[in-house]
Write a protein that binds this ligand. Sequence first.
Ligand code: SAH
Ligand code: SF4
Ligand code: F3S
Length: 442
Amino acid sequence: MQETNLKYYIETWGCQMNEEDSEKLSGMLKNIGYSRTETKEEAGIILYNTCCVRENAENKVFGNLGQLKALKRKNPDLIIGICGCMMQQEGMADKILSTFPYVNIVFGTHNAYKFPEYLNRVKTEGVQIKEIFNKEEEIVEGLPIDRKSDVKAFVTIMYGCNNFCTYCIVPYVRGRERSRKSEDILNEVKELVKAGYKEITLLGQNVNSYGKGLEEDINFAKLLRMINEVEGIERVRFMTSHPKDLTDDVILAIKECDKLCEQIHLPVQSGSNNILKKMNRHYTREYYMELVNKIKKEIPGVSLTTDIIVGFPGETEEDFLETLELVREVGYSAAFTFIYSRRNNTPADMMLNQVDDADKHHRFDRLVKAVNENVIKLNKEFENQVVEVLVEGMSKNDETKYSGRTRNGRLVNFEGENVKIGDLVNVEITRAQPFSLLGKMI
Ligand code: SAH
Ligand code: SF4
Ligand code: F3S
């Protein structure tokens, strides 16, 4: 195949893990001379990085793949690649290739670093490639990363998950837990500082179990303290924290270290002990509430966010009401709410008492309402207060305003003068909106 078009288009579904993988895929492509385009029609390569955590994530991928048929017909040289979590499911790669035979490359999460090699083979040999590794490998360090933002960066500290919550497919598609050496993480953070980055978010499916299996004497709290010492970084966040593994040491580190932001994402999933047990979450409602109260006491002004699933098999109206009550009790500043989605070969998929769709939706609507009422109430408390904002760019809806976040994660759009992206500025909040704050720089 003649090399004519060096533009690539990449689309990413799913969580920050996938976003970070896409930044690496993008980095590898740029390294071999490609440049990014935001229009599919312009691209010589289209790459889809997929997610399978819920059925609707998969449906979006199928829909998008179908649409590529016309593009491929117009441009037979177009190279289409599909990767990510969805490909790690048994039989999925074959299903994709038989339904969409015009796809050129299929690969999984464990061998994404081999993408340039696959691309080269497609171009020189004209073959179709399907390569999925069933098992995780050693962590590959040193891949180029083409980051989306110039101000804030994701830094993965661990891969995989060992928890096997009964509803969840992630451990099957991302493999077992593996931590990066602290030295590699610190070097990456230092490089980011040199490149002008101000904020980092440490990523892992369960950051609290960071360090297990490494030869060095380290855990998550120690890593946080080491990162806090890196000169020049302004803010450090992390996700996700499994409540069962969030230790007092981590809470103390957030309290004592000035760079660690007062924000914790602490997915509760359900407020009912009965359901938590069936989910294999390893904590009770009482334990969770005790943890929340400890965090609130130790870290003043802390924001708590969460993930919640409604309609898990066997969830009764009473179970659901316990979730609603917990949401009100905790007062989350944001919550990601999901309708339970059956995932092939997970234990919950095989449970007999699946909840009716209508009940799921009815619960979902009430949950969203309760969450939003809380968010709006908490945002109101910011009116007339002065907050520190890290400037990330211009507001999406109003280009005369700057946009950024507070330490505890609130989105702020504000008027200001002589502001540069990456500045830390003080903003007086003039008005709270449902999902953002409006203000004026002082
Ligand atoms: N490791 C993280 C995030 C995992 S996926 C954690 O443990 O919190 C993000 C969220 O998707 C989960 O927290 C859960 O709320 C939701 N989720 C996972 N599997 C799901 C399923 N089968 N149906 C609906 N929501 C699901
Ligand atoms: Fe999934 Fe549970 Fe692992 Fe999170 S902790 S990725 S919800 S199995
Ligand atoms: Fe993330 Fe989806 Fe994979 S939530 S880990 S991209 S299945």
